[in-house]
Design a protein. Structure first.
Length: 153
């Protein structure tokens, strides 16, 4: 395996030495025809490929170890997020993806309720009954309806 000075190559630039698509020994990556063409003809892409190779640490054990640890951390975060979603679903919090909004008013109501902003809370904070949310929702639904208008026959 050849040793490459990626930092120097990144600073000074380099030309793709590969003859065609296939495995690139510099980048340690299988290159399709399209990727090979980009590497051969487009310097910004070549630099990006090199940066990614440096991040992956293709020829440097410490960099490769650091990159692997980063991937494991990302995986752990994804697992944590998945567990949080399952916990919320178990608590009865749903995305309500099946409920179709009639118009913009329904959508605004759904978004605000996801953040815990409901008509009841607004009335409690304002100290009055009837904040007007329902009427505004109806107007938004009427003005910005998602239902396709039926053509008059």
């Amino acid at each position: 395996m050849e040793n490459y000075d990626y930092k120097e190559m990144s600073r000074d630039g380099y030309e793709c030495q590969c003859e065609g698509a296939g495995h690139c020994p510099l980048l340690h990556k299988d290159m399709t025809e399209h990727l090979h063409h980009l590497c051969k003809t487009n310097e910004p892409y070549r630099k990006r490929f090199l940066e990614n190779a440096m991040k992956r640490g293709v020829h440097d054990y410490e960099s490769k170890k650091e990159y692997t640890n980063l991937i494991i951390q990302k995986s752990d975060l994804n697992n944590l997020a998945d567990a949080a979603i399952k916990e919320m679903e178990g608590a009865g919090i749903k995305l309500d993806e099946n409920e179709r909004s009639a118009g913009l008013g329904d959508t605004i109501e759904k978004v605000l309720s996801k953040f815990g902003i409901t008509q009841e809370k607004i009335e409690k904070i304002a100290g009055a009954q009837g904040c007007g949310c329902g009427k505004r929702k109806q107007w938004f639904n009427k003005i910005f309806s998602y239902k396709k208008e039926q053509a008059d026959e």
